[in-house]
Design a protein around this ligand. Structure first.
Ligand code: SF4
Length: 373
């Protein structure tokens, strides 16, 4: 099958592994963060880590949409469904993320809240059309990849004059998170993670292009290689990073040329800009409050903003005391550092958000048995 066989060729992977072994300098360490949970997943699933020389260490980043969603935002969605009679629609992974008081959206649904899983924001719009007598809220989460569809349905709802539809917007921005990690300012008193470079996001970069990474590559002197999600994409990106480090370069390179351009999807960016503006600050799970790191609806679309419409207050809620999701999302700990990993906390019974989604570092480690090594 095109785009699967071509990018999962074991012989080619071994060949790149040999190149890596030949080119790494024996007396130095190479520390690369894969920002995306999709890359974390692929590294574990395809055994890419087994093909890397011991000098290369891959570090998980925070690029998993449900992992970075703080409990307080999920509580807001549950409040809408449980206490205010709204139908709340959202993506499947969001339903299982633990919230306050032992709840999750799934458990709130079991208590009678009208919470529905959707595969696309347009499904939420269809629910609003089908139930004009009810308030319908789309709980919108995710990075730049999922933001354009949300923008489109807000504009569609506006055109149709759908008065019972709104969006609880929790869309976040990738460059702000990377910049925050590089400042090492995630948590006061805790040193930031030491990195030589990044495997840059795939899908996010299709939307925003690779140009937004240039400022922090230059400012922090870090190498960045945008990579696709197939194993050969990642192997090639790591080889490109090793070469940059060896040559003392800190540039943005694009391995994922079949999908990513310098400018990205300009039409999608325009739609997003029409509907959303950047928030002053936003709380991320594990990373704390980051300035200019998330979106909210513009005044023009205020009537579709669930936070304003329902006057929803935001309350910071700490994670489970033993859960290490925060340090894992900042790249300073591994899933196996958590004493709940694989015993109390499993994909069937997640305690923290990193065990929920297949993009979460704990779920990837658990599902593909990386922890056994
Ligand atoms: Fe949190 Fe579970 Fe991961 Fe531990 S194993 S850090 S409790 S998600």
């Amino acid at each position: 099958m095109k785009y699967v066989d071509e990018f999962r060729d074991g012989e080619l992977a071994r060949h790149i592994g040999e190149r890596l072994a030949a080119e790494v300098q024996p007396d130095r360490a190479y520390r690369f963060m894969e920002f995306c949970g999709g890359h974390t997943h692929a590294l574990s699933r395809y055994g890419v880590l087994d093909l890397l020389p011991s000098q290369i260490r891959m570090i998980h980043g925070p690029g998993c949409p449900v992992c970075v969603l703080p409990i307080g935002r999920i509580d807001m969605a549950i409040d809408l469904a449980l206490n205010r009679g709204a139908i709340v629609c959202t993506y499947g992974d969001t339903l299982r993320v633990p919230a306050s008081e032992g709840l999750s959206m799934m458990r709130a649904k079991a208590r009678g809240a009208d919470i529905r899983m959707v595969l696309s924001p347009t499904d939420a719009l269809a629910v609003a059309r089908a139930h004009p007598e009810r308030e319908v809220v789309f709980f919108a989460i995710g990075f730049e990849t999922t933001t354009p569809p949300t923008a489109l349905i807000v504009q569609q709802a506006d055109r149709e004059g759908l008065g019972n539809f709104s969006v609880l917007c929790s869309h976040v921005l990738t460059p702000a998170a990377i910049d925050h990690i590089l400042t090492g300012a995630a948590v006061a008193g805790e040193p930031g993670v030491e990195l030589d470079g990044f495997v840059g996001p795939a899908h996010v970069s299709i939307i925003i292009g690779w140009a937004p990474y240039v400022p922090f590559a230059q400012r922090w002197h870090k190498s960045v290689v945008i990579a696709g999600f197939e194993p050969l994409d990642i192997m090639q990106a790591i080889l490109m990073l090793v070469r940059q480090v060896n040559e003392g370069r800190a540039e943005v390179e694009n391995e994922f040329i079949r999908a990513v351009t310098r400018e990205g999807n300009v039409a999608a960016q325009r739609r997003v800009d029409e509907v959303f503006e950047v928030r002053e600050s936003f709380e991320w799970r594990g990373l704390g409050t980051i300035p200019h790191s998330a979106l909210r609806l513009r005044e023009r679309y205020a009537s579709f903003d669930a936070e304003r419409r329902f006057e929803l207050p935001y309350r910071t809620v700490p994670d489970h005391k033993a859960c290490e999701c925060g340090p894992i999302l900042r790249g300073v700990r591994q899933p196996t550092d958590c004493k709940l990993f694989g015993n109390v906390c499993t994909p069937d019974h997640p305690v923290g958000s990193c065990m929920v989604s297949s993009e979460g570092a704990c779920a990837a480690h658990y599902s593909y048995g990386r922890f056994r090594t």
